[in-house]
Write a protein that binds this ligand. Structure first.
Ligand code: XAI
Length: 591
């Protein structure tokens, strides 16, 4: 039976090359050198790209060297032709000066590949933090049928009978080491045991968050996000994803037909329910911007009033393997749709609505997924903040500890309001160099502030705002101080920082004139953070030299700085957001 695609496949423009038999021959011949026959390429079957994000330097995604084998079989079984190609690698832990540089670079590269080659539809292999947003940003720009295949998290990590989650264990052990409770060898053992298998972070860090949100946006098959990388179901969903993308190619089911304002609002709400990463804020904004959708600070605030229902580190207790067995993202979506919190009518890659996809999903472990009316925490979303130091920053309220609440947020008659003395650091070298300097006299009336950590400053925006207190305070049992910065922090961190402050210091934002010793008033009820500095003094300081930032060290750093916007708008290459649907036109011949 021959199937007629809803829109002629773009690969026909290459391999049938109407009126240009010479070009068709040139396009066809080199694919044969690895065994594809001209008959296959001219048969009218869709060519399905597989954007391979795994490699030795992208270990969180390395599982995709395996998953794509099953994805290829799914593609072939459904009547498509697979063509695998590399995505620029992104490895959050290791990439210096920051992996944020790679998100926009991988985006650019993927756009050019999808646009410039005979690809009719694409599987986006995702895993580590930024592989998901960069791929989805590109899919929106090109707007050919696209589906996310997550690589999945690692198995749960165990150390001496206790769960140890990747990332989270690093920040917790770092504090223990500074307090003199563990040595370096024990630190490494904990880190190693938190990462027991292939896959990305097993906590609700940025990787799990972004893959969960891709599922929540309807861009992956239901259940895809949380299947641990080594599980048999991972190979099975790779096969199903391969089959499904062929159908999507025939149906011409493109990202623009799936992604809507409503689906992004759903994602913001899902983010609260799962206790997801603060990095989701710039990434969701970036994905929306490339899809032609504006997400405002008010839209972000709609997530604040909602409950946390997934009991996963860093906000909760468990890790992803247990969450998967508890029902994973489909079970959470089902609860949220049934409670009327999510709009279940949104489109998804299955061709069905979100509500239809999750109709049969169930919670299988009540210790991990809580009911909406008896959640782990009420009002657990990101608090959106503004003030004289920035236009927008966020605070992840689900990680505020009882000790932090008692110390800062519970002053009788003034709940949620506190004043603290700023100790300002210019980047993390400065922080590490001076944090234990007794001359700074840091105590628990201080807020640690880091600047020069944003898009322009670092460059790229670094995960540095979860600064820990000086060793002397840790040794006295003070686990955290308020922190503020124009950078990001790890999604695996349990620090209730005020972060992603934007515009950043290097763009002339308010943090640029802040001085050590200034008092800062934080009013969580009003959503404000203000330095208590008179207007004429602020004006005087603005005339002084700006805080130092390092020069660009590579050509891309320079170009990235020139073209990227601020974090509250997603930190995207701003000129790029006007390009949408580029794949609907086929570029002219090259010879
Ligand atoms: C653990 C990392 C590297 O910090 C990141 O992956 C995140 O979760 O934000």
């Amino acid at each position: 039976m021959t199937r007629t695609p809803a829109r002629p496949f773009r690969s026909r423009e290459w391999f049938a090359a109407p009126g240009r038999a010479d070009m068709a021959a040139l396009y066809l011949e080199r694919f044969m050198n690895y065994g594809i026959t001209p008959a296959e390429l001219t048969s009218g079957k869709p060519i399905i790209g597989i954007a391979q994000s795994g490699s030795d330097i992208a270990p969180c995604n390395r599982i995709h060297l395996e998953t794509v084998k099953r994805a290829r079989e799914g593609i072939l079984a459904a009547g498509g032709i697979p063509m695998e190609f590399p995505l620029h690698p992104i490895f959050e832990n290791c990439r210096r000066p920051t992996a944020a540089l790679d998100r926009n670079l991988a985006y650019l590269g993927l756009v050019e590949i999808l646009n410039g080659y005979p690809i009719d539809a694409v599987i986006l292999t995702t895993g580590c933090d930024k592989t998901t947003p960069s791929s989805l940003m590109a899919a929106s720009t090109v707007d050919i049928p696209a589906i996310v295949l997550s690589g999945g998290p690692m198995l749960d990590g165990w150390h001496e009978g206790e769960l140890v989650g990747s990332g989270t264990v690093i920040w917790r052990s770092r504090r223990k080491m500074a307090a003199g409770e563990i040595d370096e060898a024990e630190f490494l053992r904990r880190a190693m045991e938190s990462a027991p298998s292939s896959g990305h972070c097993n906590t609700m860090g940025t990787a799990s968050t972004m893959n969960s949100l891709a599922e929540g946006l309807g861009m992956s098959l239901p259940g895809c996000a949380m299947i641990p990388a080594p599980y048999r179901e991972r190979g099975q969903i790779a096969y199903e994803t391969g089959k499904r993308i062929v159908d999507m190619a025939y149906e011409d089911l493109r990202p623009s037909k799936i992604l809507s304002k409503q689906s992004f609002l759903n994602a913001i709400k899902l983010l609260t329910a799962i206790g997801g990463s603060t990095n989701a804020q710039p990434h969701l904004n970036a994905m929306a911007a490339h899809a032609g959708i504006t997400i405002t600070p008010e839209d972000w605030q709609t997530g604040y009033d909602l409950p946390l229902i997934v009991n996963m580190q860093p906000a909760g207790q468990y890790l992803s393997e247990r969450f998967h067995r508890a029902g994973g993202i489909p079970a959470v979506l089902k609860l949220l749709v049934d409670a009327g919190i999510l709009d279940g009518s949104v489109a998804t890659c299955t061709g069905r609505t979100m509500a239809e996809n999750v109709a049969d999903a169930r919670v299988l472990d009540a210790d991990v997924i809580f009911p909406i009316d008896k959640p782990l925490m009420e009002k657990a979303g990101f608090l959106v903040l503004t003030g004289n130091l920035f236009d927008m920053a966020i605070m992840k309220t689900s990680v505020i500890s009882d000790a932090f609440r008692a110390r800062y947020l519970s002053k009788p008659g003034q709940e949620g309001v506190f004043e603290v003395r700023a100790v300002v650091f210019d980047g993390s070298d400065d922080y590490h160099h001076r944090i234990n300097d007794p001359a700074l006299a840091i105590d628990d009336n201080c807020i640690l502030v880091i600047r020069g950590a944003g898009v322009l400053g670092w460059p790229g925006s670094a995960e540095v705002v979860n600064m820990q207190p000086p060793d002397a305070l840790l040794q006295k049992g003070i686990q955290s101080l308020p922190t503020l910065g124009d950078g990001r922090q790890s999604g695996t961190s349990d620090s209730p920082s005020i972060l992603n402050a934007s515009p950043e210091s290097a763009a002339g934002g308010g943090l640029s004139w802040l001085r050590t010793g200034d008092m800062i008033r934080i009013d969580l009820n009003q959503g404000r953070v203000d330095a208590l500095v008179e207007a004429d003094e602020i004006a005087r300081r603005k005339g002084e030299p700006a805080p130092p930032i390092p020069p660009s060290n590579t050509p891309w750093e320079e170009l990235y700085r020139e073209k990227s916007g601020q974090l509250h708008e997603g930190g995207v290459l701003e000129f790029a957001t006007k390009y949408r649907g580029t794949g609907l036109k086929v570029p002219r011949h090259n010879h």
